[in-house]
Unconditional design. Sequence first.
Length: 200
Amino acid sequence: MSSLSSSSSAAAASHEASGIQDEATALARLLDVSTAILRQAVDLVENGLTSDEQLTTHSNYIPGSTIGKHLRHARDHFALLLDVVSSPPPHVLSYDKRARNTPMEVNRNAARDALNECIAQLQDVVPKAKMAEPITLHAVTPFPQVMDTTFGRELWFAGLHAIHHWSMVRVIAGELGIKLEESFGFAPSTLVHMESKAKM
């Protein structure tokens, strides 16, 4: 996981003592974390995988799972959210409206391009967004649900959701003998905890 940018850290420092975090700082932190999470996937595709077949190999431990499917599924959550908040209100979001069997599931170049496009979209949309921008979320759980949420909450969720899928990618990579960086598939809070323990 990459560290937060120096500008974000400096902006946050003056607020941490009082527990106050301004919106620009909060958005910058979410942007940093989201970007770092997606860049882990880019690094996997560019430097970890050696063939397109590794994207489509089915796991022996997680039925129906492939690395390509997990990368696409997690990336889609970011893209759906960004598309919705970039459109005129009212913002209505459904994570169930995803395209499946896309090129990024089977081709490393397509996966790299789709992930990098999502990172570019994050960097364009997030700085101009509002943490509390209202969104109506439609979900199937399996019963239809409609609930109120915000852009900030959903961006936070998209990051944690991706980490959850990266952890399953780690399992499949292990089956294929692919070595990943140590932080791949760990939640940011876990990495902070591990770092604090290492300093003791």
